[in-house]
Design a protein around this ligand. Structure first.
Ligand SMILES: CC(=O)CC(=O)O
Length: 638
């Protein structure tokens, strides 16, 4: 296949990847003919590789380590491996490591607020005042501090202050419904909650006052709640005089933040990430694979509830300026967002793939980013082409990883060409393969994405997960002792990687993953509903539809009233993204013999597969139920 874009010699040789390769070649007396050789070395010499990252990025730490990677006796999965045991470090310390007081740390704009710039000096002062506020409340290493906050400067400052004390951060965006918030935060017993009780999105004002009351009741460990909309917050912070920041260094594996799985089965898993692991991984992912360099402007359009928020924050590690936009991306016919990009002179523009597909026909003048980053769902080849035509010099990086590693392990490469519809490379230190059903590594055919060696940003554990039971089930059940990620990929020899979406039943809404369990929880709270099944159907143009099948109680019909009720329930309990596009009435929900809903087979039917190839009736508890889905697909969906 012909390349869509090829880096110039100048682009390649001024990249951080190039500089890092030279660093490794010199340090280890090796030579790499190409990226493939460099990648092979990085996974074969995994300890030397991560040690090279530690040195190349000049990581500050106390203490010493004897081994880069230690395994527990008898533990063949990667759970419980220990990286750089013996050292202590701080993420926030690296953010403030070499700042120039008067240069710009953050550029910000929202739907309703004008463009503003925050200098490093201003950011440091803000963080210092919040740090003192937290210390006065007794917040210490290991305490959990949670936020229901938007993508705003204060959120960054609060996180950095929390992190500077060694406390653990966990944040959801305010569009999460009450139940979704409680299910997440109850698990981790927070001491302090920061919340915005009023905010604007899509020109509407939303109130979270009732949510605040609900959280006060359900989070029994809360000692205090801070409402950012309350004038008391500003005045109490302003009582403090900014001081030089202090940083509590913590062991490499000490939790930095807790993110949540989308909750396909049961409650969302509280995925706990390590400080050192995320620090090293983010330097690698952003500086080396996304080529984020000092003085550049970086944005990722995200809410605080997606791991891309945490990822984007780490652009500050690269001495870049973090650009933040709060509001709906297509506000004012997309103008608010794009005017911001131009004014902020954004070099790195990142967003969900679905957004880029939606703006294929949007005319954009006088703006040329250096890099476009896309994730959340596969970026269709046609969107690659449309973006390249719009921005002829741009380096398009389609990346993939997820909440589980708070990063991307398939990503960009400033020394390789871009092929439309493909991710450029496996990232350094990520031993990725595509496995067929027999567990053999395959190329040029679709297989399950696996990681065969540990990465430091894999979770330290799931919160409250005794003996790592859920952790093991989540990644190590499918193939012995390798991490199965749950995505389908094809590795194309001599080119890149195509990603085919989730291999499990997770719902993908505009790039944000939603667990089916959340839909079921909401729908089942209605007495008219007996049972339900939900899928998303991905289209070739990159869009997708959420389809809900409802089995009403006896003598109940899925009429207009019930349809509206279902939609409202999901919207208010969870979020607007939880509202299905289509709802069909069915007589029965298909189950396996062991009692699992047959989501994947129904998804296959709605992707155009035959009934026979979608499901084996032998494993079904109610084999007669499935034909109705095929009928709906043929008669009502197509
Ligand atoms: C990097 C990613 O993989 C982001 C996501 O899809 O959640």
């Amino acid at each position: 296949m012909a390349a869509l874009w090829t880096p110039s010699k100048q682009y390649a040789e001024s990249s951080t990847l190039y500089a890092f390769q030279k660093f490794v070649e010199q340090r280890y007396s090796v030579h790499f003919a190409d990226y493939q050789g460099f990648h092979a070395w990085s996974i074969e010499h995994i300890e030397s590789f991560w040690e090279a990252i530690l040195h190349f990025f000049n990581i500050s730490y106390s203490g010493t380590y004897n081994k880069v990677l230690s395994w527990n006796a008898n533990e063949k999965d990667f759970i419980g491996v220990r990286w750089f045991e013996g050292i202590e470090l701080s993420y926030a310390e690296h953010i403030f490591k070499s700042f120039d007081a008067n240069s710009i740390a953050i550029k910000f704009c929202s739907e309703y607020e004008a463009y503003k710039e925050i200098t490093w000096q201003e950011l440091e002062s803000k963080v210092s005042m919040i740090q003192q506020f937290l210390m006065d409340r007794g917040i210490r290493k290991g305490d959990r501090v949670v936020g229901v906050l938007n993508n705003r400067v204060d959120t960054v400052a609060i996180f950095l202050a929390v992190n500077s004390l060694g406390a653990i951060w966990s944040c959801c965006s305010p569009d999460f419904g009450d139940r979704a918030l409680a299910e997440r935060f109850e698990q981790i017993e927070p001491k302090l909650l920061f919340i915005e009780t009023s905010y604007q999105y899509n020109d509407k004002i939303f109130s979270k006052r009732d949510t605040l009351e609900m959280l006060k009741n359900s989070l029994k460990t809360l000692q205090e709640v801070v409402d950012l909309n309350d004038s008391m917050w500003n005045s109490s912070i302003e009582n403090y005089t900014p001081q030089p920041l202090t940083f509590v260094r913590v062991p490499f594996a000490h939790p930095i933040w807790i993110l949540y799985s989308s909750g396909t089965t049961g409650k969302p898993k509280a995925i706990t990430h390590s400080t050192g692991g995320n620090l090293l991984e983010h330097y690698k992912a952003l500086a080396i694979h996304q080529n984020v360099q000092k003085g550049e402007n970086f944005i990722w359009y995200t809410t605080t509830g997606w791991m891309m928020w945490n990822y984007a924050l780490s652009s500050l590690l690269c001495s870049a300026t973090l650009c933040m936009f709060d509001g709906i991306i297509n506000h004012n016919g997309h103008r608010t967002f794009w005017d911001f990009l131009k004014r902020a002179k954004v070099h790195h523009l990142g967003a969900g793939a679905v957004y880029f597909t939606s703006i294929e026909h949007l005319e954009i003048k006088d703006y040329q980013p250096k890099v476009i980053g896309s994730t959340g769902s596969p970026l269709p080849a046609s969107t690659f082409e449309a973006l390249q035509a719009k921005f002829p010099d741009v380096h398009i990086i389609s990346l993939s990883g997820g909440t589980d590693v708070c990063s991307a392990f398939l990503s960009g490469n400033s020394m390789l060409p871009v092929f439309a519809g493909q991710l450029q490379c496996k990232t350094l230190g990520a031993d990725i393969a595509a496995y067929n059903e027999e567990g053999h590594s395959v190329e040029n055919e679709v297989g399950e994405l696996v990681i065969r060696k540990p990465m430091p940003s894999m979770p330290v554990y799931f919160w409250n997960d005794e003996e790592n039971k859920k952790y093991r089930e989540s990644y190590f059940d499918k193939f012995p002792h390798v991490w199965a990620h749950g995505d389908w990929i094809k590795i194309i020899s001599g080119e890149g990687i195509i990603i085919y979406g989730r291999s499990d039943a997770t719902l993908n809404r505009g790039g944000v993953r939603i667990g089916t369990a959340e839909i079921y929880n909401g729908v089942h709270s209605l007495k008219e509903v007996k049972d339900a099944l939900v899928i998303t159907v991905d289209k070739v143009d990159g869009s997708s539809k959420m389809v809900l099948f409802v089995q009403p109680e006896k003598d109940v019909l899925l009429d207009e009233k019930l349809t509206v009720q279902i939609k409202n329930t999901l919207r208010t309990q969870y979020s607007p993204r939880h509202v299905p596009d289509l709802i069909f009435q069915v007589h029965d929900i298909p189950y396996t013999l062991s009692g699992k809903k047959l989501e994947l087979p129904v998804k296959k039917i709605f992707s155009g597969k035959s009934l026979e190839s979608s499901v084996s009736r032998d494993i079904m508890r109610n084999p007669d139920s499935i034909a109705e889905y095929f009928k709906i697909y043929k008669e009502k969906f197509l």
